[in-house]
Design a protein around this ligand. Structure first.
Ligand SMILES: [Cu+2]
Length: 309
């Protein structure tokens, strides 16, 4: 897709300059431009008719997008090559065209080639794959730690550092609440749908500062959930009794939505994740405000009954 943060994966650029990549990129760009009206459409949020991955705002997500495109190039080349071979064999060596077939059974050069070439293909997949795994799993020194707990069917966020030490629950706005929120803002339906998207907008967004490394500790309180934010390149299981860790460093302000990605019960589809990435000043203001607001926040168990209606 155009305008993506490719610069972050500069070390892999040598691989993305082949003519085949350029052709595939051109095709992807053509498809993406017909599918969306702006280069950044689909960043932080899915869009109608979206074909590609959501736009990345972290190094990991940019790498995932690049790796996805790179695999597609390999897949296209192999598929076209195999299809070409099949068509050629069916045309050139059918019974009519080739009534007396050759009885050749061995060809050393060919056998070496069809062993070595697939190995090389696996190597050019494995190297970036391991690099990506290392980037995801090797969590850098964190500026902020946020603990996220999946619950049926909402998320709780805990800010243990920064002297914050507050917890809050984040529940999806149902259509009645969303309509009321849009009305309270005095926004048009169009603006309301953009700022408070259906099935994604929540009552309390998690807020983090831009350009800071956020370590996310993920767990669950009841059943297995999965914490997923596509534009951060983050997807990790939330398992009761286990603390999983991941990280992201968003390099652009904005709101980035995700969803639970592990079927966890009746309202699995209605427990979105919303991260608002803001400037350091706005983050500090939000922290101060939240310390007051969530000082006595109890568990949201009582709110669940209205969450998915
Ligand atoms: Cu869930």
């Amino acid at each position: 897709m155009p305008g993506m943060m490719r610069s972050d994966v500069g070390s892999m650029r040598f691989l993305s300059r082949t003519p085949a990549t350029l052709a595939a990129s051109a095709l992807a760009v053509a498809l993406a431009t017909t599918a969306s009206d702006g280069a950044l459409a689909g960043t932080g949020i899915p869009t109608p008719w979206q074909l590609n991955l959501q736009g990345p705002v972290t190094e990991v997500a940019a790498y995932i997008n690049w790796f996805h495109d790179w695999l597609n190039v390999i897949i296209f080349i192999i598929s076209i090559f195999v299809l070409g071979l099949l068509v050629y064999v069916a045309w050139r060596f059918n019974e009519k065209a080739n009534p007396t077939p050759s009885r050749t059974t061995h060809n050393a050069l060919l056998e070496v080639a069809w062993t070595v070439i697939p190995v090389l293909i696996l190597v050019v997949i494995a190297i970036p794959s391991f690099r990506l795994l290392k980037l995801q799993l090797d969590i850098p020194q964190a500026d902020i730690t946020v603990k996220v707990t999946g619950k049926q069917w909402y998320w709780s966020y805990e800010y243990p550092q920064d002297g914050g030490a507050f917890t809050f629950d984040s529940l999806m706005l149902d259509e009645t609440q969303r309509a009321a929120a849009i009305k309270a803002k005095g926004a048009s339906q169009e603006v309301g749908d953009r700022d408070m998207p259906r099935l994604l907008a929540v009552d309390n967004e998690a807020v983090v500062p831009v350009g800071k490394t956020v370590r996310v500790q993920v767990t669950a309180a009841d059943v297995i959930h999965k914490f997923t934010v596509p534009s951060f390149g983050v997807k990790i299981d939330a398992i009761p009794g286990r603390l999983n860790e991941t990280w992201f460093k968003a390099d652009r302000e904005g709101v980035y939505y995700g969803q639970c990605s592990f079927i966890c019960g009746q309202n699995h589809a209605y427990m979105p994740i919303a991260f608002r990435v803001v400037s350091q000043e706005r983050y500090a203001a939000w922290l101060a405000e939240s310390k007051q607001k969530f000082a006595n926040a109890g568990d949201a168990a009582g709110k669940v009954a209205t969450a998915g209606q």
